[in-house]
Design a protein around this ligand. Sequence first.
Ligand SMILES: [Ca+2]
Ligand SMILES: [Ca+2]
Ligand SMILES: [Ca+2]
Ligand SMILES: [Ca+2]
Length: 271
Amino acid sequence: MVRSLAGPLIALAVLAAAPLPLPLKSALRNHNAARVSSSGGLAGLRTPYTGKTLTRVLFLAAALALLFLGKADSGEAANITVNIGDNWFCDPSFAGSVCPRTILTGDTITWSWVGGNPHSSTACNSTFTSCGAAQGWDSGIKSSGTFVRTFNSAGTFFYHCSVHGSMRGRIDVIQDSDGDSWSDAVETALGTNPVQACAATPAENDEPTDSWPLDTDDDRFVDTADIASLSSRFGLPGSGTDVRYDLNLSGFIDTADIAFMTSRFGEACVP
Ligand SMILES: [Ca+2]
Ligand SMILES: [Ca+2]
Ligand SMILES: [Ca+2]
Ligand SMILES: [Ca+2]
């Protein structure tokens, strides 16, 4: 079973760097159609958009959603295979460049030798100038078989092939303690609880901290009330108590935040 892993940390970094537009990468996650119809649909939203602008925003929201490949499965660690070929990690498109993979803490990477020449997976520092077992791991030089490593700490880990230094890879390990698909680091920045995925009570603002960045009114759904609450802060700096509405931590509450929340409309949190 392969878990969906392009989590908020990565996506938010992309959003912060280049909010619009973004490349389409994968299938759009399903939304709760019943929730949409029972709440009156998108026409009732209090957004600053009308007509073509709203259409554009909704299109961009769909594009942003593609970066979020979904909620992690219920706490079960994943095993991700990274192929080693001649001369690349992951697939031939990464020949001469760094192949990135994003996983959660506790997940395992299995490097699999699929080429004909000898290669290694050898850990490096961030500039690839110092590599070896002392940096974390070294598979040794092999031309077949596998090498397995489990990553239990959050962080960014670099590696290369000790035979072909231009073969490079990176493992981004994200901690998401409550499994709500928002990393601990992002939740801490937003001021939401990184170890609680859902509001404890359905009443708003009766708990010391909110739990799920997308659910501002504690009803455990992303709905019109959440989007309206965010939209009412459009243009404000994402500071103080409003920081939780600055979903991409760009410093301002803007179209990217609204588009992203809209893209998750109808989704429920999972305690
Ligand atoms: Ca989380
Ligand atoms: Ca949380
Ligand atoms: Ca509450
Ligand atoms: Ca809500």
